[in-house]
Design a protein around this ligand. Structure first.
Ligand code: NAD
Length: 497
């Protein structure tokens, strides 16, 4: 068993304080210890970031982008190694791990366009001999706190853009699967990033509170569950920080009577059960418009759910690995029990699955509920496991009302061949990311990612153009160069043309 280290000021450092277990969820065994940073360790990271900031902010954007070009190449060269680490600690399949890394690399590619995205805005002759421009300047030391379910992609949503905008970044990854996150940060160091520009500190609430309370930290990006997102948003904004805090989700897929059902079923299988349902964009509710659609959907889903190939994530060619921890598996099992006792019809029960050779792993099979209603806990709360709930409604309007009434508004999609229905859905649904015949509408890196309602606290979405705005502040400069011979008299009225 090895001890994972922090990365501070370009060096791997130990921590003498508390630590936590990191599991391989496929075997159920503890494979590493991760340190839980003390306030002193967090301060060390902040001090190194502060010291690195003046030189980094003055490094030309094109030079900062060159580091990101080399980083992208290193990430691609190390894809197999990174995927293996993700799979070993998270449990997702190797193919899924490689997929999240590729989506993360898209954000590095976007960051490579730093000279273009930081060009600013310029207006000549806004008044006599006066020019004006807006400059987008870095904030200084900024920090990110990330969840377990995308240990590569979600950190890559944050720091490539923050850093290329001229900031220094402190990352506090999930303590449940920190190894791939650390390796990726080391690759950025290897790509030529100056020491102190990026630090990785492991930890729990103590580390997060230290970042919230540190006056040197100017902005916080958070991705995780809603209660923690809300806590971080309120505590950090109270201290004058800029915050974007992305929270949990309950994503609905609407199936219209005219949908291409076979394709919708294929899409739903991946979106509901891929990564064991541990995705913030996972589809966890299928809203069927009409009983006929519901009956046909269930008839097609059941054999496919029962045929899911489940095993150790590091085995190639599987559909699903284990849940991340024993606690996560037990929580999902508890929701299944709750659904049964509240009257939902459990059509497929994934509990009690044992994988030969991996009997201690944190496995669950896929589960399917029918006749779920809005007051049930399995409908209201985020289960974050391989459980799909079918809700039956009579019209598109009723489906949309259901979605709009839900407290979360991260992602949603509609399966239909009817352009009018799709257009109405896109216009009026109160959700931040919408798919039309696309089950996981995760925006590409040059758009931005974010939910509505209690899926996001803050104004700006993650990465893309909103990310640039989040990690920079606007300075508007108005400059006059009078002509030599001219003399301008005092003007006591408010200046105007
Ligand atoms: P989590 O909220 O438990 O943890 C997220 C981060 O917060 C971790 O780094 C953790 O160490 C830290 N943390 C945990 N408890 C804390 C506390 N009391 N005070 C301060 N910090 C604390 O989330 P998770 O279980 O790692 O991830 C799953 C959740 O993340 C799900 O709810 C999922 O929907 C959400 N998620 C959302 C998005 C999105 O973009 N909206 C993306 C991925 C995951």
């Amino acid at each position: 068993m090895s001890l994972i280290q922090h990365l501070i000021n370009g060096e791997l450092v130990n921590d003498s304080g508390r630590s936590a277990d990191v599991y391989n969820p496929s075997t159920g065994q503890v494979i590493h210890q991760v340190p839980l940073a003390s306030r002193e360790t967090i301060q060390q990271a902040i001090d190194s970031a502060k010291a690195a900031f003046p030189a980094w902010r003055n490094t030309p954007a094109a030079k900062r982008a060159q580091v990101m070009f080399r980083f992208k190449q290193l990430l691609e060269q190390n894809e197999a190694r990174i995927s293996q680490l993700i799979s070993e600690e998270h449990g997702k399949t190797l193919e899924d791990a490689a997929g999240e890394l590729k989506r993360g690399i898209e954000n590095v590619e976007y960051a490579c366009s730093a000279p273009e995205i930081l060009k600013g805005e310029y207006s000549r002759n806004v008044g006599p001999n006066i020019d004006a421009w807006s400059d987008f300047q870095p904030l200084g030391v900024v920090a990110g706190i990330t969840p377990f379910n995308f240990p590569a992609m979600v950190p890559l949503w944050m720091y490539p853009l923050a850093i290329v905008c001229g900031n220094c970044f402190i990352l506090k990854p999930s303590e449940r699967d920190p190894s791939s996150t650390l390796l990726i940060a080391q690759l950025l160091q290897e790509a030529g990033l100056p020491k102190g520009v990026l630090s990785v500190v492991h930890g729990d609430k103590g580390a997060v509170d230290a970042l919230i309370e540190a006056p040197e930290v100017k902005a916080l990006s958070f991705v995780g569950s809603t209660p923690i997102a809300e806590y971080i948003y309120s505590e950090a904004t109270k201290r004058g920080k800029r915050v974007q805090a992305l929270g949990g989700a309950k994503n609905h897929a609407v199936l219209m009577p005219d949908a291409d059902l076979d394709n919708a079923v294929s899409a739903l299988m991946g979106a509901a059960y891929g990564s064991c349902g541990e995705r913030c964009m996972a589809i966890s509710v299928a809203v069927c418009v009409g009983d006929q659609v519901a009956d046909a959907l269930i008839a097609k889903l059941v054999p496919q759910i029962k045929a899911l190939k489940i095993g150790a994530g590091t085995t190639c060619g599987l559909d699903m690995g284990p849940l991340v921890t024993g606690q996560a598996r037990d929580k999902v099992s508890g929701y299944i029990e709750d659904g049964v006792s509240s009257g939902a019809e459990l059509v497929v029960d994934g509990r009690g699955l044992s994988i030969a050779g991996n009997e201690e792993g944190f496995f669950l099979g896929g589960s399917l509920f029918d006749r779920v209603t809005p007051e049930m806990r399995i409908y209201k709360e985020e289960i974050f496991g391989p459980v799909l709930c079918v809700v039956r409604v009579s019209s598109l309007e009723a489906a949309m009302q259901l979605i709009n009434d839900h407290e979360y508004g991260n992602g949603t999609c509609i399966f239909t061949r009817d352009g009018e229905a799709a257009r109405l859905f896109c216009d009026e649904i109160e959700v931040g990311m919408v798919g039309v015949n696309v089950p996981l509408p995760v925006p590409v890196a040059y758009h931005s990612f974010g939910g509505w309602k209690r899926s996001l606290f803050g104004d700006l979405h993650a990465y893309g153009p909103d990310g640039v705005r989040f990690y920079t502040r606007r300075k508007a400069i108005t400059q006059r160069w009078p002509q030599r011979a001219s003399h301008e008299a005092s003007q006591f009225a408010f200046p105007s043309l």
